[in-house]
Design a protein around this ligand. Structure first.
Ligand SMILES: Nc1ncnc2c1ncn2[C@@H]1O[C@H](COP(=O)(O)OP(=O)(O)OP(=O)(O)O)[C@@H](O)[C@H]1O
Ligand SMILES: [Mg+2]
Length: 320
């Protein structure tokens, strides 16, 4: 858990980078800090592990004020992935991943075992990479090693500053998915910086949208997209925000919201499953040759027909 209480930061010279931020990130929550360049994302992140001083207010990690943590406690509690992965070029991959356990005085055996575990977790065979150097790896592999390094001492809290920023879209999307699988298993408390709304929607349990160091909205992605609280938020999420939000809803949500008739006999069109995304259903329906589809309930019933008008009615409900 990370708690910010009335946190402000003024840099020498007078720039107020963070202005009275209060925010609680619950245990196991994945929160994305989003906002335009210069809005204070990196500053907020760096204050958590004391790379920047706090001018006013306080921050607590796992219930402890960060000022009461020493360097060793800090490294146990917080894993940090910096934007450019920050691997040491003259150290092997194993040495890079094991920097923190080494500082914490782990035995050689325990470190080797942990290295093997982490490499399996990020999908890189440990025996192939143990003695390699960072320059021998692709950009995507280096970023994965950056993630493994932050996980090395199994910290409950992870800070990640645009960790997948430098990757091309296809590799980026694959690493995001791998990372979501890892997070499902490990349930870390994560504060993740991004300037990319699509990345935020895909990864976040909740999004913090910042502007000029102030929180504009702290909400679940669907809420941010469908119920922006001010003009800045609606402009930031974009005109297609409602369409984007359909990625976040499934057939079962449509069934729970609308009263769809049961189908007599066998359906004469495509049947979607309860966990298919409504964006897929809509894409299918927008094809000129198709007027309707059917949806299967979690109890095995089939409902429909469902047309574009039903999706519109659903959108009216969620944006009401
Ligand atoms: N060391 C510093 N000294 C003075 N001002 C700083 C310093 N670091 C950042 N700033 C200022 O604080 C504000 C917030 O910067 P920060 O790096 O936190 O933004 P950011 O949201 O991470 O931006 P980006 O998306 O470009 O990485 C900016 O106005 C920046 O110029
Ligand atoms: Mg930044």
């Amino acid at each position: 858990m990370i708690e910010f209480t009335n946190v402000s930061k003024t840099y020498p010279g007078g720039v107020k980078a963070i202005d009275d931020v209060s925010l609680t990130i619950e245990h196991g929550e994945f929160v994305v800090l989003l906002g335009p360049s210069g809005c204070g994302k990196t500053t907020l992140l760096r204050m958590v592990n004391q790379l920047e001083d706090i001018t006013e207010g306080s921050i607590a990690v796992e219930g402890k004020n960060i000022h009461d943590l020493n360097k060793i406690d800090m490294r146990r509690e917080i894993g940090y992935v910096i934007q450019s992965n920050g691997l040491f070029p003259n150290m092997t991959i194993e040495e890079n991943v094991m920097v923190v356990p080494n500082l914490l005085g782990w035995s050689k055996e325990k470190r080797a075992e942990r290295f093997d575990y982490l490499m399996d977790l990020i999908g890189m065979p440990p025996e192939n990479y143990r003695g390699s150097f960072p320059h021998e790896l692709s950009g995507g592999q280096q970023q994965r090693i950056g993630v493994a390094r932050a996980l090395a001492a199994d910290p409950p809290v992870m800070l990640m500053d645009e960790p997948f920023g430098a990757l091309d879209p296809i590799i980026r999307s694959r690493i995001q998915e791998e990372f979501m699988d890892i997070q499902k298993k490990l349930k870390k408390t994560i504060l993740f910086v991004s300037h990319d709304i699509d990345e935020a929607i895909k990864l976040a349990d909740k999004i913090v949208l910042l502007k000029d160091g102030e929180i504009q909205q702290f909400d679940r992605p669907a809420e941010l997209l469908n119920r922006p609280v001010n003009d800045f938020v609606s402009e930031f999420v974009g005109e297609d925000s409602v369409l984007k939000s359909l990625n976040l809803y499934q057939v079962k949500d449509l069934q729970a919201t609308l009263d769809l008739p049961a189908v007599e006999g066998s359906p004469d069109g495509k049947v979607f499953h309860p966990h298919d995304s409504l964006r897929h259903v809509l894409a299918h329906l927008l094809h000129p040759s198709r007027q309707y589809v059917y949806v299967e309930g979690e109890d095995g019933t089939t409902n429909g027909p469902v047309s574009v008008e039903h999706i519109e009615a659903f959108v009216r409900e969620i944006t009401a």
